[in-house]
Design a binder for this molecule. Structure first.
Ligand code: 5AD
Ligand code: SF4
Length: 500
């Protein structure tokens, strides 16, 4: 991936080329951008390709087997570039970061000798130190996969707002204590940690001051957020959203990814009360069978999930839901799978991700005896896909002729076209002359949806000449090894979902 070039102050001019490729979820996208921020003062500027980069970072994902294997094939492809650079008298440092690094540090060093540095998601504030160590001694490898006791966020430079971006990610929580039996996250990202609310608010205010209109709060289990509040009390996610909603100029708040068990009364109330909190929630259920949910250690039943959804929809009737599903978890019977289809039919989703269960070494499910045959997994995946695709198509089609507020984000691919987002993250295309783009980008305008193609909507402004009259107001190449169908945001923003 290419993290977006920043506009913040850089103390040193660009003298070296940095190429970062990001695999996986939005948390990794955020981390890659922060790594670029850490490296900018050392003279590293982002480059679009690895060809003669001075530093290549592969920011990896370990969530499923395919995601991890891609890293090794990309490392193989980098080797000739590294050799060519050495023949020309230069040096290309290759680093593997992220969750594969955390889980397989020693194996990477052994399998891919061209790699100079391997570091986990909790250590990248120490990048300058690692680079200078690598540079001092050719041949010396750096492996840093600690979970340091100090707060990584305290040691990172301020987040730099990317030029012209009106949407931003903001990590508020990391790690997970849930230990679902299929999932590597508690092992690769470590124990749950919440950033203090004051720090989050300060960062959000700075983003908004620099032109950001929509903030997506990130965390592997974001609604387990329990940060220290400025009032000396512990704040949950609902409380944090209320405080963020008070920031003038911030038009939209989103958060991802949530665990059903951590949806509390205050968060449900927040959905009913905070206009700026978008009515679009990713709430993974994974399975509709109580037997499988228990085996997965999900800590909720299908009925409890339905009840939470009912309560959320009572608080915010226009709430649209998306979810993740795993098919072929060890021991999943035809009846278990039928229970999943029933739950999907009853809930009605606006989009979803669905995956074949993939054995992750070290997780409890990997050693279960009743592994499901791959042909059965494929068949179930395709049945589930058909159902979820038809729900998503129905949801998108239901937008036609409706009036929706659209946050205008950027020029479209064609001249005289602007692209924005509906509250449900669908890309919305509008015919607007180029001359008006600068004034309109970053505003929220009411639009009538006139048609759709695929996941995109087409629209016309309700009132022409709305530029600047915003009533509420005032990218990356990502490699996704997702086997499910993309939800509107992931399709366009090129990412896969964080766990929970
Ligand atoms: N196999 C398949 N899918 C998985 N996920 C997490 N671990 C696995 C696994 N071992 C899926 C879950 C999670 C999403 C991010 O990835 O559905 O919510
Ligand atoms: Fe935690 Fe989500 Fe992984 Fe479960 S699936 S262990 S809640 S990150």
């Amino acid at each position: 991936m290419k993290p977006r070039a920043g506009t913040g102050s850089v103390t040193k001019s660009v003298t070296k080329k940095l190429y970062i490729k990001t695999y996986g979820c939005q948390m990794n996208v955020y981390d890659s951008e922060r790594m670029a921020d850490v490296l900018a003062p050392l003279g590293y500027g982002l480059s679009d390709n690895p060809d003669d980069a001075d530093l290549v970072i592969l920011n990896t994902c370990h969530i499923r087997e395919k995601a991890a294997e891609k890293v090794y094939s990309d490392l193989g492809r980098l080797k000739p570039h590294q050799q060519r650079k050495a023949e020309d008298g230069g040096r290309m440092i290759i680093a593997v970061a992220g969750c594969v690094a955390q889980a397989e540090g020693d194996e990477i060093m052994a399998r891919a000798p061209q790699v100079d540095m391997v570091f986990g998601p909790q250590t990248y504030h120490r990048l300058p130190e690692m680079i200078s160590k690598t540079k001092r001694a050719v041949g010396e490898k750096v492996l840093d996969t600690d979970f340091p006791p100090e707060d990584k966020f305290d040691h990172l430079p301020e987040e730099r707002v990317r030029k012209g971006e009106v949407t931003a990610f903001l990590t508020i929580q990391e790690g997970c204590d849930k230990f679902c039996t299929f999932c590597v996250v508690p092992y690769t990202r470590g124990a749950e940690y919440s950033r203090p609310a004051a720090t989050v608010l300060q960062e959000a205010k700075r983003l908004v001051a620099d032109g950001v209109r929509e903030i997506t709060l990130l965390g592997q289990n974001v609604n387990a957020y329990h940060g220290d509040g400025p009032d000396g009390r512990e704040w949950g996610l609902g409380r944090l959203c209320r405080a963020l909603a008070e920031i003038d100029g911030l038009a939209r708040i989103r958060y991802t990814t949530s665990h059903p068990r951590d949806v509390d009364d205050d968060l449900i109330a927040a959905h009913g009360e905070i206009e700026k909190l978008m009515p679009y929630l990713h709430l993974p259920v994974q399975s509709g069978s109580d037997r499988i949910l228990e085996a997965m250690n999900r800590k909720h039943t299908a009925a409890e999930y339905r009840h939470i959804v009912d309560r959320l929809r009572s608080a915010r009737p226009d709430l649209a839901l998306t979810s993740d599903f795993i098919v072929g978890y060890p021991g999943e019977s035809d009846q278990d799978f039928a229970d999943t289809l029933k739950l999907v039919t009853d809930i009605g989703y606006a989009g979803a991700f669905f995956f074949k269960y993939s054995e992750r070494p070290g997780t409890p499910a990997a050693s279960m005896r009743e592994q499901v045959d791959d042909a059965v997994k494929s068949e179930r995946l395709s049945t589930l896909q058909q159902l979820l695709d038809s729900q998503q198509e129905g949801f998108n089609a239901s937008m036609v002729n409706r009036t929706l507020p659209v946050l205008l984000e950027k020029p479209g691919r064609h001249a005289d076209q602007l692209v924005g987002r509906s509250p449900y993250l669908q890309p919305v295309h509008l015919d607007i002359p180029d001359s008006r783009h600068a004034a309109m980008i970053g505003t929220v305008i009411d639009c009538t949806i006139t048609g759709l193609t695929g996941h995109s909507l087409f629209a016309v402004p309700v009132r022409d000449g709305q530029a600047g009259s915003d009533s509420t107001n005032s990218s990356n190449t990502v490699d996704s090894s997702n086997s499910g169908s993309p939800t509107p945001d992931s399709a366009d923003r090129g990412q896969e979902r964080i766990s929970a």
